[in-house]
Design a protein around this ligand. Sequence first.
Ligand code: FES
Length: 551
Amino acid sequence: MTQSRERVVYQPAGRRVRLDPDKTLLELATMAGVGIEASCGGKGTCGACRVKVDGEATAPDHSEVESLGTFAGEGFRLACRARPRRGLTVWVPEESRRHQQVILTTGDRLEVPVDSAVPARGLGADSDGPLLGLAVDLGTTTVVAYLHELRSGAALAVETAMNPQVAHGDDLISRLAFGSSDRNGRETLTRLARQCVNALARRACRTAGVGPERIFHCVLVGNTAMHHIFLGLDLAGLTRAPFQPTACDAREVPAAALGLEMAPEAFVTTLPLKAGFVGADAVAVALALGADGVTEPTLIADLGTNGELILATPGAMVCCSTAAGPAFEGGHITWGMRAAPGAVDGVELPSVDLPPRLSVIGGRAPLGICGSGLVAAVHALLHRGVLGPQGRFAGDVSGPWVRRGPEGPEFVLADAAHSGTGRDLVLTRRDVSELQLAKGAVHAGVALMMAELGLDSVARVLLAGAFGNYLDPVDACGIGLFPGVTPERVRGVGNAAGAGAILALLNRGHTERAGKIAQDMRYLELAGDPRFGPAYAKGLLFPAGSAASAP
Ligand code: FES
């Protein structure tokens, strides 16, 4: 039987798992690596597994309503009782999360011995108030802040925001162009980044019922551009080859000097970075996922417009960045969009004569297709023989869903009557080419790193970041994204950069470890490497139809 393409999404962790209507939301949470309190072991009597459900689940029975008490009727359910009917979102409130001081990284739960730099320096010792710390993942598109108590390590709040700099360029290149146009441009971006961190800190503190003046330490990670912008460093080196950072070292700066509204003696630590396109976020990912202590060859990939790749073996780490282009984020695709409500994020094609089955974020009529949907669609088309290894539509395939459009052959994802736009949502040959460019770049980067370490296979692939979290391993392998990897070796690991920042916040030993990782990790410069061109050309090809595994 074909498994459902619909997903259950657990927030705020952002973890996803395939819908299985026979499993409870508690069982599915375990499969997704999300810890929910279950004091009674799932008997429905303790009420500790209370979650808020956004979507269609089985109806609560009398005993569940009784156990929920005043929460019944507000969308709350017992995770151990409710089963999903359709794809839905489960919000796990702070009080229902298991072991708040535990950081979720690789899907395994890791205990973090708390040894913060703050009590060690005697900061805040003159009062009985909480000692707070803020870990910040400053991304090009989104910013996430995690508020923790630094004696216990307890997680108090997680807040997210769109990066307000998007008003000055959606992608990194246009952002850098604005920031390096003149001094005002860079100062504007710097001010916006710091204001955003302040706003998130205030919100997190409000959630936790404390004041931001109790924050004594902030650990910030981000890609090299975000890191430089936040610290107010010169961006010129990042705008032209060889894309040299102004500084790579870990830094400690008084929070007040950066305009952060925290305790007067608070300080900010930025983790080290490796290169122009391998930033402190990549180092944080390597830290969280234990790249420096793997027992088998492990590929860590954070895929976006710029793919950051790390290959670790026992005793060696190599990294590179590869310009994948915007396809993984839905850019340059006819009906492309970010992974937001209304985006097609999964596609199944039972037959070329039947309408495709779509998974749509938020369960609404489709508005467009995001990166993971694009990968799924192309995989389905390869599997059905509609597309060939070169990415061309096969000439002999035609029907209501594969037809000739104004630009040549096209695949109809949803017709006008079923789309949320009132127009046909289609995938064209040009869209497939955009995905090939992204795939070719990643494939080539991985192939060259494997050659560097003398490997002909990797034991596991860990996908960090938003796209990796949404990407179905079966689809990733179905389009041949990574050389010689099968789906069971691939898994999403959520926001590992944020997890790395939290590790460094809670334990000063991890800050030192981050420095060692940045030092020991070898950087492979792909630009100008004569092996890159042939590897890229090879990477553009999809597996042949029979080799494209079943979706
Ligand atoms: S685990 Fe106790 S009520 Fe659900």
